[in-house]
Design a protein. Structure first.
Length: 422
């Protein structure tokens, strides 16, 4: 079995492509089942966030193109259209990739901590779906351990830099009087919670949280002295909002252009600041064409984020050193697994030879043969059977002049010192 990491992210694909290959949380189980049935994999996990969609697979035959085809077919997207945006990593490069992802080194925001929780949820979903085997189970456990080591041994997460932080920083640049402003947050996941925290700490005047599950909206809003509404109530409150920040996992648009246009009239065309952090998008992209709306997407935040990365560069180099050593550690374990079947076969062959020789010796004893002769027969038979394969290999290597094979067999049986191996 070979290891494959395949996917696309914010570095290789624009948001318009990324949103076409996302996996909603409630579709992960059937997707994993379908991937294992038709994608040519023994085991699999799917990591799907606003910035990346990645498949981690244990391949049956090493044919990664079957996985590419499956990904395109599943999202009704021709593989030829998808392939230019994809990256593929096998074996050690796949291990390095997931370690870097979980440690925040491959994120839009260097060192951001949310990705580790997302990787853990991808693992949990695959585990509950029965899609994990020995290879990926060990890989994910190793990944969590390494990500924890990176967080502990470096300052990669010391600065409060995230997509949420960048969104709030931009809002503060546009609105110098945050205490007089109202913010509408659509969604109640980790990203929106971070946005709410940063806005609250920045002194936002009024905070409204809209979510499909009203209880979750209430819980989040209460933590930051906010007000909770259901998604259906957004049209009633949108006109009150000076800023709107959206990040949901819903497949459809939360804000249509017509709704925004009506609200602008209610506001007498006072400017509205909007940030769409969702993939697929929550806010109709045509809203950006309206004169009084400033709409930003995840991709638009890159420049802001870059300004906040300098303090993490040295920590990132330290993290890369940790990952280098941990990739080799995992690959050593993986190479050891390659010997398991051979060791099992060798032991089974030796036990079969033992059982056959022992049965013949017992028959001799039952027939009244001298016990000493039966023991000699047993010892000689076992010796001949056990040394026949290496002796035949030595003779064949010598006849062919294969010095490499001669040396290999000599080292395997430790023949150089002239002493029998215990």
């Amino acid at each position: 079995m070979s290891l494959l990491a395949l996917g696309l992210n914010h570095q290789t694909a624009p948001v318009g492509v990324r949103e076409r290959v996302t996996f909603a949380p409630d579709r992960l189980y059937p997707a994993l089942r379908d991937l294992r049935e038709r994608g040519g994999v023994y085991e699999a996990a799917i990591l799907s966030t606003c910035n990346r969609t990645e498949l981690y697979c244990g391949l049956k035959d090493g044919d990664s193109q079957r996985v590419v085809k499956w990904l395109g077919d599943y999202h009704t997207l021709p593989a030829a259209d998808l392939r230019p945006y994809l990256y593929q990593h096998a074996e050690g490069r796949a291990v390095r990739h997931i370690l870097r992802v979980a440690s925040g080194l491959d994120s839009m925001v260097l060192g951001e901590p949310q990705i580790l929780g997302q990787v853990k949820r991808a693992y949990q979903a695959a585990s509950r779906a029965g899609a994990l085997g020995t290879l990926l189970e060990r890989l994910f456990q190793h990944t969590f351990s390494v990500a924890k080591q990176v967080r502990t041994d470096t300052h990669i997460g010391a600065s409060p830099v995230s997509v949420a932080f960048a969104a709030v920083s931009l809002a503060k640049q546009i609105f110098a009087d945050l205490p007089r402003r109202t913010a509408l947050l659509i969604g109640a996941g980790d990203t929106i919670e971070l946005v709410a925290r940063h806005l609250h700490e920045s002194g936002i005047g009024r905070l409204v949280v809209a979510n499909r599950t009203l209880e979750r909206a209430h819980a989040l809003a209460a933590s930051f002295a906010g007000y909770a509404i259901a998604l259906e109530e957004i049209p009633l409150h949108l006109g009150e909002a000076d800023m709107v920040i959206a990040s949901t996992a819903n497949p459809g648009l939360m804000l249509e252009a017509a709704l925004v246009r009506r609200c602008l009239k209610q506001r007498r065309h006072q400017p509205m600041f909007m940030v769409d952090l969702a993939v697929p998008r929550d806010i109709d992209p045509t809203v950006s064409d309206m004169d009084d709306v400033y709409l930003y997407t995840v991709d638009d935040l890159k420049d802001i984020i870059q300004e906040n990365l300098r303090s993490r560069q040295a920590a990132a180099r330290q993290a890369e050193e940790i990952i280098d050593s941990q990739v080799e550690r995992f690959m050593a374990w993986l190479r050891a697994q390659d010997s398991v079947d051979s060791i099992r076969a060798l032991r089974q062959r030796a036990e079969a030879a033992r059982d056959e020789a022992l049965a013949r010796a017992r028959r001799q004893l039952a027939q009244g043969q001298d016990p000493a002769e039966a023991l000699n027969f047993l010892a000689n038979t076992l010796t001949n059977k056990l040394i026949h394969p290496p002796c035949a290999g030595l003779r064949e290597a010598a006849a062919q002049g294969d010095l490499e094979m001669l040396t290999l067999i000599q080292n395997l049986y430790r023949l150089h010192d002239g002493k029998p191996h215990p």
